[in-house]
Design a protein around this ligand. Sequence first.
Ligand code: ADP
Ligand code: MG
Length: 724
Amino acid sequence: MKSLRTIALKEAQNRVSPEVKAPSNRISEFFGVNVFDKKKMKDFLSKEVFEKLVSAIDQGELINHEDANQIATAMKSWAMGKGATHYTHWFQPLTGTTAEKHDAFFEPSSDGAIEKFAGSALVQQEPDASSFPNGGIRNTFEARGYTAWDPSSPAFIMESKAGKTLCIPTVFVSYTGEALDYKAPLLKALAAMDKAAVDVCQYFDKSITKVNASLGIEQEYFLVDLALHNARPDLALTGRALFGHMSAKGQQLEDHYFGSIPERVFTYMVDFENEALKLGIPLKTRHNEVAPSQFECAPIYEEINLAIDHNQLLMDLMEKVALRHNFKVLLHEKPYAGINGSGKHNNWSLITDTGKNLLAPGKTPKNNLMFLTFFVNTVKAVHEHADLLRASIASVSNDHRLGANEAPPAIISIFLGQQLNEVLDEIEHSRISKKIKEDNALWLGIPKIPQILLDNTDRNRTSPFAFTGNKFELRAVGSSANSSAPMTVLNAIVADQLTKFKVDVDKLIKKGEKKDIALLTVIKKYIKESKDIRFEGNGYSQEWADEAERRGLANIKTTPLALDAYVSEKSTELFTKTNIFSKRELHARHEILLENYYKKLQIEARVIGEVSNSMIIPAVIAYQNSLIENAKGLKDLGVSADIPTGIINKLTEHLTIVKNSVDAMLEARKQVNAVEDTREKAIGYDEKVKSHFDNIRYHADKLEQIVDDSVWPLPKFRELLFMK
Ligand code: ADP
Ligand code: MG
């Protein structure tokens, strides 16, 4: 019988890409055609309801029942006009993927059948909450949960060959109101940010009434041929190769980054981009990444809530469209040991309703004080809550990246660039002159910040959180993550910090200090207090790990420990004060994240056991048998059998270790499974089960290098990574 690997290799070699055709040569002609955006709302709604909906979108105003009915009818007409037969509430449960439950517009009635979509069905639905992760919330309360319409993210039509579905972005909460998803807390954090930032903006510009956080998400991913992927149970079940010796050629020649995109991949990219553009996802950039078969795409930044919905939708599209091209897209943070992993850089800034980016240095000193206010408060917030930011990016898959000398380290620090560092140092050490009367003279104390920063492009790639000219870039987010988790935290901590800032400044003003001097005094104090979080050097180096330890910065390498920050006293205070999470919600979330961690390790451990026992060991034994035959034959001829005997011994040596370690891992798993406490269990999985993985793999990979290539069952790294 031919092995799956052989069949897969043959299939992969004979791929023909499907025909891909854009709806038009001009993207502007089909951009957003599948979105119920403001322009379409205007066409389908009365003027009055349209205006109410716009203020619901922009200001968060509530929509009454009657208006909801009109909006639902409008959505239905638009969607049916485009061929949709069903609708669904689209939400982001804590499983990490998106969820949908489709209902037909169609309803039988006494005289035949009609298509219906009531306002109540638009506004709220009740999916069964008990089948989604809920961290124990449903056990003590009602099992029900409901999804509720988020008007700030427009409805859209998902197309597939068999039909079209109207999707309505929603939050997902328990019947008692606790968030069971990623979106609800994000929206709360954004509201907190809006309020805090607008309040602080009043010091500078009274016309500002709204501050939106913006996000541009760079998405890295790997592609692998579908047949080869399916011939590897580890890739298929866990998203990463649990075995596999690095191919002789990896990324050492650095010949992939920004290289020309292979034709088959290019066709795929154009295909999913077209689908994304139709859904209003403003994709702009595509290129090869550092590792072979690794790529990146990035849209233009948008308001955070929308940017994250778009990223979730994009990941979904990428996976679906890949299948049409006989590709599998790997969004895992580290599919292949030995080459770079994948991240999801989160570019974040704050933008006012007057169109000002609060993190862009201004032309005039006055603008610079405004910039410095938001800039320094961000630095201070990260300094205060670095542990929480670390927790927000923690996952079993991101653990492979953080601190592995190719991604940001597990130590949270901020890179500012030389110029801004100097500016902050100068402010820290200068004296604020209070004597000077005229307004202008004060500004002499503020160093000039050129609008275009020199080192804007000369970026430190090793920093987890870097200032890049007019935005901060959080690089530590994993490629498969929902950005809501880190963005909820980032906006929450900065909002909280801005609120404290206002209190501190107002105190000084009350004491009779001039406003600008009060602002500068507090900024100076914050610069001093948050100094330790700033680091400009090589984040991958051991020197930094040592230095960070001296500074008292945390370096937490594993998820179960990193997650503690979610339930610390400090975080609980922050989240309850800002109304983002209740204590109960925090504990539920903590529990869910820990469960997710150990369950994924449990699956990996099972796959390692199964592949070792049923694929690797039998292949080794088969080869060993042929060597035994060979040795016997040689002996019969009176010729030396040293070579086959030597190989047989080597095989036996590695085989023994693989078998014994797999057995030991199984024992450890049984022990840890008996642990009741979720946190202890997660730690147990890390320390007692996962600790076997590397050893098993090391010896299995040695065997891969010795065993006859034609009997090796798993597609090898060179085949996975260099198929074109
Ligand atoms: P890089 O050089 O890091 O690969 P780019 O310069 O292409 O990245 O930008 C990355 C992302 O940052 C893009 O999505 C871009 O739209 C986004 N971006 C640019 N300016 C801002 C901003 N002010 N706020 C948020 N995101 C931004
Ligand atoms: Mg970037």
